[in-house]
Structure formats: structure tokens, C-alpha cells
Design a protein around this ligand. Structure first.
Ligand code: B12
Length: 514
């Protein structure tokens, strides 16, 4: 397998906004110690398919530790806490694909009464099974995950359907392999099902300080003593310790990633009160919550992700001034402008877009978020503009008639100017005749059209036609872009070039001028 194929570590797929599927490759270097409590591992949501692509190590699933080596494939259901660890002999590198089965599977596959429910990956209709497959399944799975990765990397909404179809195929082929595999490891006692369900309930209700073993047991129609006993057997941890560790890690995350007050953190993580919160930190972490927050909020190295999150969250709330300040701060900390643009600003805007689609936010909220985005981009502008390459070319750019979206268009402008092109910005809601008039009078080499609405896409075709009628079509290139546009549409209307993002738009413009 090509290393580059899986060189997704840094990208960590900004898919969370666009699709329920995430894909990542991680080298697990933490050394395994048998006394690690399971609650310190990650909790899955949905299904996780993991392939060991390099090295070997330990895979600890609940209280069960098993060897893992290159070629092993593990399928885990929701709620199973697990982790990969290095041993003296090696360090496992694992690629994992996580998705929410109910969002990915559709029709009969999703119907609990259907015999195809989850394609047999799950047992007893409960999403908990863990299947360890032999190497036979490896090549097919690798190929399929490669295809899924490619679709995910395209990052276009219409690719969702392809991702879902490929996932369904993957599940079908894996379920076939499960039958051929060493199923000894796949057979799990009913206790596993119960404990996993309990863990999911705990995660769900963690913020509720009234949650107890008793309330969880009764929601699972079992007795407190039975749950307590099997919980200890399966996880190796007492239920109370598990809950306490989970709350502690929740509080740690809130301290690290937010500026919430201690009272609010105590409330959200279901802890009893502020004094016991302090005691817990002192005994388990060895520092006060304040010291912990300070040690984590340095925005250095790994913590760079948290400033991106902070920018994204403030952008979503429309806090333009804070976004501006945080972008400047991120730059000061040495984060590259392109990373801030993609991982903080654009990812925040795309969450707003999703919420807008689901009617969770409305036009006013989107407007203030867009304003915050623009303020952030203003700070980045000088850095996004690379040194001019000495290319001379004149472009007229605008959002087509009927369309007021201009964030993408503005980014295209910044990138093109950065490449040394002269850009005449016609703004938004631009009629075809204005593009033609400007291109003719200003001697433009390229007309760039942006559209964000499916209802205004057709105006692009009108511009192409108007250029022909005006007799300038052979003198001017026409580039198009915007979220609903694709290559097929570009060919259909006879435009010269489509690209999906602003940076490649600028590169393509240079190529067209060459
Ligand atoms: C911000 C926003 C608004 C803001 C716009 C503010 C502004 N100053 O731009 C406001 C609130 C005004 C707004 C209004 C409306 N919006 Co609006 N909006 C959005 C939102 C959330 C983000 C768009 C955005 O800026 N994205 C970020 C930029 C950077 O991405 P981009 O534009 O795609 O640009 C990139 C590439 O496409 C490319 N590119 C862009 N242009 C070009 C050009 C060329 C030549 C090239 C090569 C490349 C290129 O490069 C860019 C950078 O990489 C989208 C949701 C979404 N996810 O897209 C909805 C969305 C576009 N809006 C939508 C709708 C329906 C509306 C309204 C009709 C809502 C209403 N009921 O009034 C109105 C329409 C107003 C109008 N006549 O235009 C729908 C469109 C649905 C559809 N299929 O047509 C969307 C998709 C939301 C949704 N899912 O429902 N909106």
C-alpha cells in the first residue's frame, strides 16, 4: 500500500461538517500498561473500522487486550471504549474509518427488523460486536477504504452519496469475511452488550449529576447489583470510577477548549460542586483547574487545534471582533494563514451552512457569521497573497445576477491578486451585459463568474452566450465556480474552466493565460 495513500494524518478530514464519515491515520506510540482504565480510551460513536497498516502492538477493548499486527482489521460498534498501544516490539499505525451507521445506511439496511440490519456486522441487533478478521479481508478492505478516502477528499456534497454507497459495499464484504474469519474473538457474551449499552447511557447522561448506577440499571431493565458486577468483570473498572473518570475528562476538555467558568464546567460535566471539582483535580491531575487550563491553553503545537475551534465557534456566533483578534493571535503563534482559513474560518462557515440547511439558524445569524468570516479574512489577506509571479493578466470577477453571496468570490479575488493578476471586482448581482461590457471596455483576458444558488447557475450560461453574441468569445476565457457548480455543468454551458476552490482558481487562471 502506498504510504501517500494514507497520508491523511494532518488532514484528519474536515468532513465532520459535510458528512457523518471521518477517516484518520494515527501512529499509536503510547506504551501499553495493563492497569490503564478503559475510560481513558476513546468512546466510539457508530461503527469504527480499523486496519493496522504498519507495525504491531496491543489493542485493548474494554478489559480485553489482544495482540494486533499489520493486516488485522477490527470492527467495533458504538460505545465500546478501546485503544491501541505500542509494545516493546512495535508501534501500531492504524487507519480508522468512523461513521454513524444510521446516517450512512438507508432503507432496509437501516430497518432494525430487516435481516440486512447493519449487514451482519452487529450482533443481536445491538451495535456492539467486535470482529477480528484474518488477512484475507485486508486487500479488499484497503482498496475500498482507499476509494472512500478519495471520495471524502473531494469534499463535495454530492460525493456523500458515493461515500455512503461504498460504505455499504464495505460492510457487505466485511460481513461476508466475518463468517470466514476467526470468529472466536467475534463471539461476545451478552454482558458485553449490556455494558456497552450502559456506557452509552452514561456518556449521554454524564452532565446530569443525578445519574447513578441505579438510574442506568433501571433504564436497561436490570438490577443495580447485576450491572455493577458485570461492569467490573467486563471493563475491569468500578462503575463509580468509570463515571468519575469520564466526568473528569469532560471537565478537562471544557477547561482546555472553552473559557467557561468553573461553575458552568461543574454543571455541564455533572460534578457535584466546585469544592469537590477542585479536590478531584488535585487528587487525579495534581494541579488546580486553573493551572490545568493555563498549561493547556498555550496554543502551542498540538493545542493549535483548539484556537481553530475557538475561531470557528466565535465565527458561528457572529463575534466578528473576537474572530479578528483570534486570527491575529493564531498568526502570531506561527500558524500558517492557509491553515487558519481552512481549519478555522471555512470550517466554521460550513457548520453555519449545515445549520442553515436544517433550519437551525436563519438569515440574520448567517449574515453575522459571514461578517465575522470577512473580518477574519481581512487579517489574513496580506498573507494569502503570495509574491506576485510577474504574470500580467486582467480579470473581471463577479457574482452573477440574482445572487448576493460574495465570500467565495472575494477569496478568489484575493488569491488571483496574490498571483499578480489585475482583478476588476464587479461585486454581486451582476447582469450578463455588465460582464460583457467590462470585459470589452477593459480588455479583460478572463471573466470569472461565481454563483452559490442553483437558481442563479443558469445566468452563467447566459454570460457565455452573451460573449458569443458580442463577438468576444474567442478573446476571453470564462471561468466559473461556487458550491453548486461542477465540471459537468462547466462543459454543458461551454465555459472554459471550473475549479472547486479559490487557490486552484488562481492557478488555473495563470494556466489559461500561458
Ligand atoms: C453565507 C451564506 C449566505 C449569506 C451571504 C453573505 C455573503 N456576504 O456572502 C446570506 C445570509 C446573505 C445568504 C442569503 C441567502 N442564501 Co445563503 N448561504 C450562505 C452559506 C452559509 C455560506 C456560503 C459561503 O460563503 N461559503 C464559503 C465560501 C468560501 O465558499 P464558496 O462560496 O463555495 O466559494 C469557494 C468555491 O466555491 C470557489 N469559488 C467561489 N466562487 C468562485 C468563482 C470562480 C470563478 C471559481 C473558479 C471558484 C469559485 O472558491 C471559494 C473558496 O474556496 C451557504 C451554505 C454553504 N455551505 O455554502 C448558504 C447557501 C448558499 N444559501 C442558500 C440560500 C437558499 C440563501 C437564500 C435564498 C436564503 C433566503 N431564504 O433568503 C439567500 C439568497 C440571497 C441571494 N439572493 O443571494 C442555499 C442555496 C441553496 C441552493 N441550492 O440554491 C445555501 C447552500 C444554504 C442551504 N444549504 O440551504 N446566504
Amino acid at each position: 500500500m502506498e504510504e501517500s495513500e494514507y497520508n491523511l494524518k494532518k488532514e484528519a478530514i474536515r468532513m465532520h461538517n459535510k458528512s457523518p464519515v471521518t477517516l484518520k491515520t494515527v501512529l499509536y506510540e503510547e506504551i501499553y500498561t495493563s492497569d490503564l482504565p478503559p475510560s481513558s480510551f476513546s468512546m466510539n460513536e457508530g461503527i469504527e473500522i480499523s486496519l493496522v497498516i504498519e507495525g504491531c502492538g496491543i489493542h485493548k477493548i474494554l478489559n480485553d487486550a489482544t495482540d494486533c499486527k499489520k493486516g488485522d482489521i477490527f470492527i467495533l460498534g458504538s460505545g465500546i471504549s478501546h485503544g491501541y498501544f505500542a509494545t516493546e516490539e512495535g508501534v501500531p499505525k492504524v487507519i480508522s474509518l468512523c461513521f454513524n451507521a444510521s446516517e450512512v445506511l438507508s432503507g432496509s439496511a437501516k430497518d432494525e427488523d430487516s435481516e440486512h440490519f447493519c449487514m451482519g456486522v452487529f450482533r443481536d441487533r445491538v451495535p456492539i460486536s467486535v470482529a477480528m478478521l484474518n488477512a484475507k479481508a485486508y486487500d479488499e478492505t484497503v482498496e475500498m477504504i482507499g476509494k472512500i478516502a478519495k471520495e471524502i477528499n473531494e469534499e463535495r456534497l454530492e460525493n456523500d452519496a458515493a461515500v455512503k454507497a461504498l460504505l455499504s459495499l464495505l460492510l457487505i464484504s466485511l460481513s461476508r469475511y466475518i463468517d470466514m474469519a476467526d470468529t472466536a474473538k467475534s463471539e461476545h457474551p451478552k454482558e458485553w452488550v449490556m455494558v456497552s449499552a450502559a456506557m452509552r447511557e452514561v456518556v449521554k447522561r454524564c452532565g446530569d449529576s443525578d445519574m447513578t448506577l441505579e438510574t442506568i440499571a433501571s433504564s436497561l431493565f436490570t438490577s443495580k447489583s447485576h450491572l455493577s458486577r458485570i461492569f467490573k468483570t467486563v471493563t475491569g473498572e468500578n462503575f463509580a470510577d468509570y463515571v468519575r473518570n469520564l466526568r473528569l475528562s469532560m471537565a478537562c476538555n471544557l477547561l482546555k477548549d472553552t473559557n467557561l467558568t468553573n461553575e458552568e464546567i461543574v454543571r455541564r460535566s455533572g460534578l457535584r460542586d466546585v469544592p469537590s471539582f477542585y479536590r478531584l483535580f488535585k487528587s487525579e491531575i495534581g494541579m488546580t483547574p486553573y493551572q490545568y487550563r493555563m498549561s493547556k491553553q498555550t496554543y502551542k503545537g498540538e493545542d493549535k487545534m483548539s484556537i481553530c475551534m475557538e475561531i470557528s465557534e466565535n465565527l458561528q456566533k457572529g463575534k466578528a471582533k473576537i474572530v479578528k483578534e483570534l486570527v491575529a493571535k493564531a498568526l502570531e503563534e506561527g500558524m500558517p494563514a492557509a491553515q487558519i482559513l481552512n481549519e478555522a474560518l471555512l470550517s466554521g462557515m460550513s457548520i453555519v451552512g449545515e445549520k442553515f440547511k436544517k433550519n437551525e439558524v436563519y438569515v440574520p445569524e448567517v449574515l453575522v457569521a459571514a461578517r465575522a468570516m470577512n473580518m477574519g479574512v481581512e487579517v489574513l489577506k496580506p498573507l494569502l497573497k503570495e509574491e506576485g509571479m510577474g504574470v500580467s493578466g486582467r480579470v473581471c470577477l463577479g457574482t452573477v445576477q440574482g445572487d448576493l453571496h460574495d465570500i467565495g468570490k472575494n477569496l478568489v479575488k484575493i488569491m488571483m491578486e496574490g498571483k499578480g493578476l489585475e482583478v476588476i471586482d464587479l461585486g454581486t448581482d451582476v447582469p450578463p451585459e455588465t460582464f460583457i461590457k467590462t470585459a470589452t471596455e477593459e480588455n479583460c483576458d478572463i471573466i470569472c463568474l461565481s454563483a452559490l444558488l442553483t437558481t442563479t447557475m443558469d445566468v452563467m450560461g447566459k454570460v457565455v452566450e452573451a460573449a458569443k453574441e458580442a463577438g468576444i468569445r474567442d478573446k476571453v476565457k470564462i471561468m466559473i465556480g461556487g458550491a453548486p457548480i461542477n465540471q459537468e455543468f462547466c462543459e454543458k454551458i461551454g465555459a472554459d474552466k471550473y475549479t472547486s476552490d479559490a487557490a486552484s482558481a488562481a492557478d488555473a487562471a495563470i494556466e489559461l493565460l500561458a
